[in-house]
Design a protein around this ligand. Structure first.
Ligand SMILES: Cc1cc2nc3c(=O)[nH]c(=O)nc-3n(C[C@H](O)[C@H](O)[C@H](O)COP(=O)(O)OP(=O)(O)OC[C@H]3O[C@@H](n4cnc5c(N)ncnc54)[C@H](O)[C@@H]3O)c2cc1C
Length: 467
């Protein structure tokens, strides 16, 4: 039984640890530098109410996560009321906005067309993004998905999907549609996600995401407050130094931002190139969530988003408000005190590390004033390093394929947002496939050769995002 060390107790590390232990790999240790579990999943409790400051939603495709949620006794709260303020200043129900004047029928036809295209993409993606793949022209796919997602959708005449994707991509902080490579748009916008939006299956877990990760961690060896100081590569494994321990592992898994790991992890030249560690091929964005108590704002909806700020790349760059979510009223505690419940909102802005907290707050105040609302109190502000994405040039040059081919070499594995996409479902699905390859490595076989990818592709290419 190999000894496995996982660095980071966020969704990437914990879900991988859980999948491995479910398959009988008991010798797994997770090391987390923070004193809190969950990484970018963070349920903040304030005056008895729970507020998701990071991960918020689950949808129909989150089958593995929802199975774990059920075990943890987590229920869900449906979020049916989404309104969007359109560029002409009107407030429109989001489903009507997406379907446009055509209504359900052309919307359904487009979604079916999109699902067929997505299925081809998915077959290529789970096969490790090769140029030669059974049933797909891999090279053409690589060039296509390197282009911005907005351009890809336009080329396929998918305007209904593009309106949906503006919300699921730009408003969710993944970047403007004329910038984010289609690779990430396609990974995230599974047919099951589109279905969830129209079928009202986008839900918020109660009492919260944090609870799920704490539940999973409770059955595993997870050590908090363990900042890694140094990792040594041994002939057949790793020696990991934290401030208080020295631990020996046969295999090591890194999560989180690899550029930050360069100070303590001895990456080889091949790893730096393949994982785009500090080559400039992979960039991170910032996403900022601010919990405010506001007067005079919406009470009739779960979320309100802003088309003008999402459509305009310069407004994204200026950290304008993208969406706000009325929060804290769905937890059991909150229901009991709903009469005295304050009007609390989580506001989402694209960030910029050069902007101070105070500057971001000024921009937010201005946007709320434009809405006729006033911030009474700022309860907290979180700044997240977010949405790692390979550049168009890097994807064109085959970076996603090289990333996959490096996995497992030297018994080093990478997971989390930078290996798939910044969403829990993508990460968990990726881990499910990674575990298959890790098991090959444990059995002394190659985890990243043609046979390994053929096995994974056969097993996973058929699903429509668990539709
Ligand atoms: C505002 C916001 C809203 C979101 N909404 C959703 C949503 O609705 N649905 C959804 O599916 N996803 C959502 N996400 C995305 C989701 O939260 C992330 O994709 C997920 O948390 C990424 O998991 P990860 O393990 O890759 O990284 P992280 O969550 O960042 O976890 C990495 C962990 O590694 C630890 N770590 C890093 N370096 C070290 C080190 N040297 N030593 C020890 N530990 C280390 C970190 O402290 C951290 O705990 C949202 C994220 C944000 C920020």
């Amino acid at each position: 039984m190999p000894r496995l060390g996982i660095i980071g107790a966020g969704p990437g590390g914990l879900s991988l640890a859980r999948l491995l232990t479910e398959r009988g790999h008991a010798d797994v240790t997770v090391l987390e530098r923070a004193t809190r579990i969950g990484g970018k999943s963070f349920t903040l409790h304030h005056q008895g109410l729970g507020h998701e400051m990071g991960t918020c939603y689950t949808a129909a495709g989150y089958t593995i996560t929802q199975k774990w949620m059920k075990e943890a006794g987590i229920t869900d709260h449906n979020l049916p009321h989404h309104y969007i303020r359109t560029t002409d200043g009107k407030l429109v129900d989001f489903a009507d906005f997406v379907l446009g004047r055509g209504g359900m029928l052309p919307g359904g036809v487009q979604m079916a067309k999109y699902a067929a295209l997505w299925r081809k993409f998915h077959a290529w993606d789970v096969a490790g993004c090769p140029d030669e793949a059974e049933g797909t022209n891999g090279r053409a796919m690589r060039l296509e998905v390197a282009e911005p997602f907005g351009k890809w959708l336009k080329a396929h005449n998918l305007d209904v999907v593009a309106r949906f994707a503006m919300r699921s991509m730009t408003i969710m902080g993944y970047g403007p549609m004329d910038q984010v490579p289609a690779l990430y748009g396609l990974r995230w916008n599974m047919p099951s996600l589109l279905y969830s939006a129209v079928a009202h299956k986008v839900v918020e877990p109660v009492p919260g995401w944090q609870h799920l990760w704490e539940f999973l961690a409770g059955t595993m060896d997870v050590r908090l407050g363990k900042k890694i100081e140094k990792v040594e590569r041994l002939e057949n494994g790793f020696r990991v130094h934290t401030g208080s321990d020295v631990l020996r592992f046969d295999h090591l898994v890194l999560t989180g931002a690899l550029d930050e790991a360069t100070s303590w992890f001895p990456f080889t030249a091949e790893e730096r190139a393949a994982y785009a560690v500090d080559t400039g091929a992979l960039a991170w964005r910032e996403y900022v969530t601010t919990l405010v108590h506001a007067e005079g704002w919406f009470k009739d909806a779960d979320t309100r988003s802003f088309e003008a700020n999402a459509l305009d790349s310069s407004a994204v760059a200026r950290s304008r408000l993208l969406v706000a979510r009325r929060t804290g009223d769905k937890t059991p505690v909150a229901l009991a005190r709903s009469a005295s419940r304050p009007d609390v909102y989580v506001c989402y802005q694209p960030g910029n590390p050069k902007r101070t907290d105070a500057q971001l707050l000024e921009i937010l105040k201005g946007d709320l004033e434009g809405e006729g609302a006033k911030i009474k109190e700022v309860l907290t502000q979180c700044r997240w390093k977010y949405a790692p994405q390979l550049s168009t040039a890097a994807i064109t040059a085959g970076a996603s394929h090289r990333f996959e081919r490096q996995q497992g070499a030297g018994k080093l594995w990478i997971t989390g947002a930078s290996a798939s996409h910044e969403a829990v479902d993508n990460i968990v699905d990726y881990n499910e496939r990674l575990v298959e390859r890790m098991e090959l490595a444990f059995a002394g076989k190659a985890p990243s050769d043609e046979a390994a990818f053929a096995m994974v592709a056969k097993k996973f290419r058929g699903d429509l995002g668990e539709f």
